[in-house]
Ligand binder design. Structure first.
Ligand SMILES: *Cc1c(COP(=O)(O)O)cnc(C)c1O
Length: 366
């Protein structure tokens, strides 16, 4: 049982609002795949998936097989695409009725062989093409190989062909992105021509949905946007914040002038002051780079800066001018703006702040 005083509150109604915002950007027939990898971007994949299943989401995606298994074990029935299934997990993929992304000849042939061994018919698979991200995916010249194996066989059912945009949030890379969209379209067309049916096509992540309506195709893969961010200040204001991180004061200290606080004497008091210790550290995703006064937390609406170096499990804050006591609530963030500020100060992106939120923080679903 987790009774950690530091809690991450997850507001499902904000997720619904964000989903509806993205729906309003799509044609009625365009399906939505919700990306719930990495614990639902640091939130709670099972809670988010259960909620989205009630809202009749079309698909889920996770990165790894065990993430898909966890969803199935919690009763999720919606199709789940596993983006990085791994050769050694293909048996589990079938056992848990997960749908693999097959992205190379090696994994494709391994899955085909295994499915034949199991005597399976029409197992849903997805093929990923590399159109410019150079991460995972087949190349265009692999198409004849794939068509040869997929044509007129009963074992595999090609549910979708997909690709991933490399710079959908970057307006300066419009040409690069349009090129990716063109290549993807021509790749998908060659499958339709030879197979005689049209697998689903999808290529847009959050920023792709917002910036490239021509890349919506049959389905979009919505991740970050569900959790309240869009990589674009203009659209952020249309989204609602989903996550709030709250803690409490563990202990208060009166510190004399010239006393130091924290590891490596990371802070030295210039005058007499009061500090408070909070139960949240770099092991929880409260990065060490955020220490030394870079960011503040809020107590009764007042700003208390982090002083010294953030420890693994705790951090110290200056509460000299704040009327507070042990047990009082501390808010680390409860708005998009505060999460973006943490990302800015840690020299990273909102994705990393969210996904780094550690597993021992208690999740509370609202
Ligand atoms: C993570 C991921 C997404 C979601 O991207 P967002 O920018 O968070 O919307 C979509 N597609 C693939 C292949 C991914 O890995």
């Amino acid at each position: 049982m987790n009774n950690n005083p530091t809690v991450l509150e997850i507001r499902l109604s904000s997720i619904e609002h964000n989903l509806n915002f993205f729906r309003s950007k799509l044609q009625n027939s365009t399906k939505i795949l919700a990306v719930v990898k990495a614990s639902g971007y640091g939130s709670d994949a099972v809670a988010v998936a259960r909620f989205l299943e009630e809202l009749k989401i079309d698909y889920f995606a996770v990165a790894y097989t065990d993430e898909g298994i966890a969803l199935r074990n919690s009763g999720i029935k919606t199709p789940i695409l596993v983006l990085h299934p791994q050769l050694e997990n293909l048996g589990l993929i079938i056992q848990y009725n997960l749908e693999p992304n097959l992205y190379s000849k090696k994994i494709f042939l391994a899955f085909l062989e295994l499915s034949k061994e199991y005597g399976i018919l029409e197992y849903p698979i997805h093929l990923k093409f590399n159109t410019g991200l150079n991460r995972l995916g087949f190349k265009e010249l692999d198409i004849p190989f794939l068509l040869h194996h997929l044509k007129d066989q009963p074992t595999l059912l090609l549910k979708s062909i997909f690709s991933h945009l490399a710079a959908s949030e970057d307006r300066n890379e419009r040409d690069y992105t349009l090129n990716q969209i063109d290549s993807f379209r021509s790749i998908a067309e060659s499958f339709e021509r030879t197979l005689g049916f049209k697998p689903m096509m999808h290529m847009s992540n959050t920023s792709g949905i917002l910036n490239y309506p021509e890349a919506h195709f049959d389905m979009v893969r919505l991740g970050l946007g569900l959790y309240g961010f869009s990589n674009d200040p203009g659209f952020n204001s249309k989204l609602k914040n989903v996550l709030s991180l709250k803690s409490v004061i563990s202990q208060i200290h009166e510190i004399d002038k010239n006393e130091s606080v924290g590891y490596n004497k990371g802070f030295t008091a210039k005058k007499q002051m009061r500090t408070a210790t909070i139960p949240l550290g770099h092991a929880d995703g409260f990065f060490r780079s955020l220490g030394q006064g870079k960011v503040f937390v809020k107590i009764h609406g007042n700003k208390a800066p982090i002083i010294g170096n953030i420890c693994m499990d705790m951090a110290m804050i200056d509460v000299s001018d704040i009327d507070c006591e042990e047990g009082d609530q501390v808010i680390i963030f409860d708005s998009q703006q505060e999460i973006l500020e943490l990302a800015f100060q840690a020299d990273t992106i909102s994705y990393e702040i969210l996904t780094a939120l550690g597993g021992r923080i208690r999740r509370v679903i609202h």
